[in-house]
Design a protein around this ligand. Structure first.
Ligand code: ADP
Ligand code: MG
Length: 264
């Protein structure tokens, strides 16, 4: 089949006119963003611009004030049901929301590993307790995912015995063990000492190469330049500039130019 005749793909994420307010604080003011499967989107923007809020909305850790988000073609938080011969939107129950969230893996700035569990136990935890997987099977998966992030020799280490970079790699393995379709990263290297940033970006780079769909909030411009298919610059709750990685070299908007001058 030629490229031209290929059926159009369903976006991994499609956000339309997304608004979010916390009381009177209007944080997101109409975000439109489409992420295609197998692509990497890097979100840049100053602190307070609404980047984390946007990721948290995708993962249903917050609820929308307006607009809609589809993940893998499915509206999040709602479903269409027939009622009195009409289609109406009904909110999803907790179980349905959990099923939608299972498509997404999220990695935060703070890794939040369970301190009383080893690396292996941390990665096994959700497959056993959320997916009700047998321990032996969960162990196999955890070993494989820890291998993938380069920690085969640290399976039985506790978080305090690991560096920040190693802990963050365990956190990535923990998300991957749930077999997400999409990975969301919220400043995964911001809390790390500079010499530990590279190992985490390396894992993210290899995930991207393996075809994972990723949305990454980061200030690592080099990573954005090298890995991103799409770059989004947010400020004040709106997308100010958006395009391929070349927009980093050739920004058109003043606010984006200023931002780049400060981070580069
Ligand atoms: P970024 O990740 O770009 O730094 P955030 O999404 O964390 O920005 O925050 C955007 C704005 O929303 C900030 O002003 C922040 O204080 C506010 N905010 C975020 N979460 C909440 C919340 N749960 N309640 C009230 N205000 C919030
Ligand atoms: Mg943030």
């Amino acid at each position: 089949m030629s490229e031209k005749n290929a059926p159009s793909q369903t976006p991994a994420i499609k956000a339309v006119s997304v608004h979010k307010a916390f009381g009177s604080l209007h944080v997101l003011k109409g975000i439109d963003l489409t992420v295609m499967p197998g692509t990497v989107t890097v979100m840049l923007g100053p602190s307070g611009s609404g980047k984390s809020t946007f990721l948290r909305l995708i993962n249903q850790l917050e609820t929308l004030t307006g607009g809609s988000i589809e993940v893998d073609g499915e509206l999040i938080g709602y479903k269409h049901v027939a009622k009195n011969g009409r289609e109406v939107l009904q909110t999803l129950n907790d179980k349905e929301i959990a099923a939608q969230r299972a498509k997404l893996g999220m990695v935060f700035q703070r890794f939040n590993l369970f301190p009383h569990m080893t690396a292996l136990e941390n990665v096994m935890e959700a497959p056993v307790h959320v997916l009700h997987m047998k321990k032996a099977e969960a162990r196999d998966i955890a070993v494989r995912e820890l291998e993938r992030v380069g920690l085969s020799d640290r399976l039985d280490y506790y978080p305090v015995q690991l560096s920040g970079g190693q802990q963050q790699r365990v956190a990535i393995a923990r998300a991957l063990a749930m077999k997400p379709e999409i990975m969301l990263f919220d400043e995964p290297t911001s809390a790390l000492d500079p010499e530990l940033v590279g190992e985490v970006l390396g894992v993210m780079r290899s995930l991207a190469k393996a075809g994972m769909t990723m949305v990454c909030v980061t200030h690592e411009i080099g990573f954005a330049r090298e890995v991103a298919d799409q770059v989004v610059f947010m400020d004040g709750g709106v997308i100010v500039e958006q395009g391929g990685p070349e927009i980093i070299e050739h920004p058109t908007q003043e606010r984006f130019k200023d931002f780049l001058q400060h981070v580069l």
